[in-house]
Write a protein that binds this ligand. Structure first.
Ligand code: ADP
Length: 607
């Protein structure tokens, strides 16, 4: 007999389970049945290509057996079983995402386990909520001998060889003794077990046998008609299957017949998983061919820009014994993927139009993914995605769609105006927006680093081109009327340029400024936001992308008059003013000044 310790992390979960006073401990049965069902899925998948399995699909089953005399409850399956190594790896450590994300949530929540246990696939360990000892007898597919794993909790577990007829696993629970307040005997009662199986495991696709009867209806939830399945059922299925603590925002059901027939149940989550924007997040839909699970996360079914969608696809038309590599090139799969893309788009559009609050929630979580979709495909998905985008409207003070912008454009307005800034607050203070807003035109604030790339790639929406408020040509003549240069202005601008050196590429009289004395704009394709974006990429020595900065001055402003006066009478003072104006323009644009001490020294001189 081999005695082993649990890994530390497992110990902690084990502790929680053993000492749990969680009233919903009944979910242990759901967890064990779900493991049994996965094990059968695996063997039935192997049997597609390996004749030696020699099992008929109808022979697979999960058996639940209470024994009142021995006070044990046994859950058995004739699935794939576990080798000794698997026993160690799967039951000795926290094996999979379900248990892992549970652990992470536990860490966040401190010791208040009450409302999270039920939301996660807490897995095998949940058996310890009801059992004082758990025995696992298992024989892996292809293995000659069986193994017995026994644990009474935190001290560890033992493994020894044993006999077992056929492949599969028995999980034997020695139930905890009843106490005044805690009753475990109920898990030996047929009626109670039947109710639990119905409640949590009805859609498991393999028969769950209690006594001599199959208790579950076995029809997976996505195979049932809409009126048979409540929203609550769908939400529960989603939460249990995809380990999300909250309901999905929306459920899309597809029942396609035609070129390729398939059923799908797709979920749009309400929040991004914590690892969503990292490579740790694995996108994909669970794929079944005629009820046999072929792949847990089939990424080829989901386009990158909709990778947040969770769900299942089940098709009788997919060839069963196709290898995963071949699947990628499968024509039917491509048809399904392209249909699914359309369905998701339609649902998101519906949410946007009909349930705007939900859409906002969605957009806050996954809007960035849609923008990446436009940028990464170099506009290839423009038609699909542009209607789903939202940007912050200066006039409406909230996110609006491009369609809303265009629909509300003023008479004579030719362009969709936008202003790049780091935040809404900074955007609101940008002097350049003033002439556009004064004219009654709305401005979209672009505050995501991706935004300006999106705009560059989109170029236009509904035949209206995008135009930055920085652009020299706004498409109308701004009303400040101060663009007429006086003769000596050229010399002044030359002087300022000389003073500022290569910080700016030019200095000029602004056509746009209204009440502000100064602003920074850019020439050429690189905006300040892009420059900031590139310089924020860690790892440093990439190409230095620099915006060509233009210092614009408002010729009608008293500050300009003072500057001119200084230039004519005291060049040193004028140089100081020029430096201050440049730094102020940077601050307004949300860009840190390069040398704050030098700036303050110039300001002190004014006193
Ligand atoms: P999860 O189900 O979230 O992976 P569990 O703790 O429930 O976590 O199970 C850990 C692993 O142990 C499973 O992923 C599976 O590989 C293995 N396992 C559990 N029960 C069985 C079983 N009845 N047959 C075969 N393998 C099993």
């Amino acid at each position: 007999m081999r005695k082993k310790q649990f890994k530390t992390e497992s110990k902690r979960i084990l502790d929680i389970m053993i000492n749990s006073i969680y009233t919903n401990r009944e979910i242990f049965l759901r967890e064990l049945i779900s493991n049994a069902s996965d094990a059968i899925d695996k063997l039935s998948y192997i049997s597609l290509t390996d004749e030696k399995v020699g099992m008929d699909r109808s022979e697979y089953k999960i058996t639940v057996t209470p024994d009142k005399a021995a006070r044990t409850l046994t859950v058995s399956d004739n699935g794939v079983g576990m080798t000794e190594e698997e026993l160690e790896n799967n039951l000795g450590v926290i094996a999979r995402s379900g248990s892992l994300s549970f652990k992470e949530q536990m860490a966040e929540k401190g010791d208040d386990t009450s409302d999270i246990i039920g939301q996660f696939g807490v897995g095998f360990y949940s058996a310890f909520m009801v059992a004082q000892r758990v025995t696992v007898i298992t024989r892996a597919y292809g293995s000659e001998k069986g193994l017995r794993w026994v644990s009474s909790g935190a001290e560890g577990y033992t493994i020894e060889d044993c006999d077992r007829e056929g492949w599969g696993t028995d999980i034997i629970l020695d139930l905890k003794p009843d106490t005044e307040t805690e009753k475990y005997d109920e898990f030996l009662e047929d009626y109670r077990l039947r109710a639990l199986i119905k409640k949590y495991s009805d859609y498991i696709r393999w028969p769950i046998i209690l006594g001599d009867e199959t208790v579950n209806s076995m029809v997976p939830i996505w195979q049932r008609s809409k009126d048979e399945v409540s929203d609550e059922d769908c939400n529960k299925f989603y939460k249990d299957t995809f380990f999300d603590a909250s309901d999905p925002l929306s459920v899309v059901r597809v029942n396609a017949e035609g070129l390729v027939s398939y059923k799908a149940m797709l979920f749009i989550p309400g929040a991004a998983p914590f690892n969503y924007y990292t490579t740790a997040y694995e996108p994909g839909l669970r794929l079944y061919a005629s009820g046999v699970m072929i792949m847990d996360k089939c990424a080829d079914l989901l386009p990158e820009h909709f990778r947040f969608v969770r769900g299942v696809v089940d098709s009788p038309d997919l060839s069963l014994n196709i290898s995963r590599e071949l699947l990628q090139h499968d024509r039917q799969l491509k048809v399904i993927a392209s249909n699914i893309e359309k369905k998701i788009k339609a649902e998101l559009k519906r949410l946007m139009d009909k349930e705007p609050e939900k859409y906002l929630k969605f957009y806050n979580a996954f809007g960035l993914q849609l923008k990446y979709g436009i940028v990464n495909t170099y506009g290839g998905k423009k038609e699909l995605l542009q209607d789903l985008l939202m940007f912050y409207s200066a006039k409406e003070d909230k996110l609006i769609s491009l369609k809303e912008y265009v629909d509300k454009m003023a008479e004579g307005q030719e362009y969709i105006y936008f202003a790049g800034a780091e935040s809404i607050a900074i955007a609101k203070g940008l002097p350049q927006t003033e002439p556009v807003l004064n004219r009654g035109y709305d401005v979209l604030y672009m505050t995501d680093p991706a935004d300006e790339f999106v705009v560059q790639i989109l170029e236009s929406y509904s035949d209206k081109q995008f135009r930055s408020v920085n652009d020299d040509d706004l498409g109308f003549e701004p009303e400040n009327g101060s663009t007429e240069k006086e003769e000596d202005d050229e010399a002044l601008f030359g002087f300022i340029k000389e003073t500022l050196g290569d910080k700016v590429s030019s200095v000029k009289l602004s056509r746009k400024l209204v009440s502000h004395p100064v602003c920074i704009s850019t020439e050429g394709p690189v905006s300040l936001e892009m420059e900031k974006y590139f310089s924020s990429i860690p790892g440093g020595e990439g190409p230095k992308v620099k915006a060509e900065r233009v210092l614009e001055l408002n010729g009608g402003h008293p500050v300009f008059a003072a500057l001119k006066e200084a230039y004519n009478t005291d060049k040193e003072k004028a140089a100081g003013y020029a430096k201050i104006l440049y730094d102020m323009a940077l601050l307004i644009a949300g860009i840190p000044v390069e040398d704050p001490t030098a700036l303050s020294q110039e300001v002190w001189k004014l006193f």
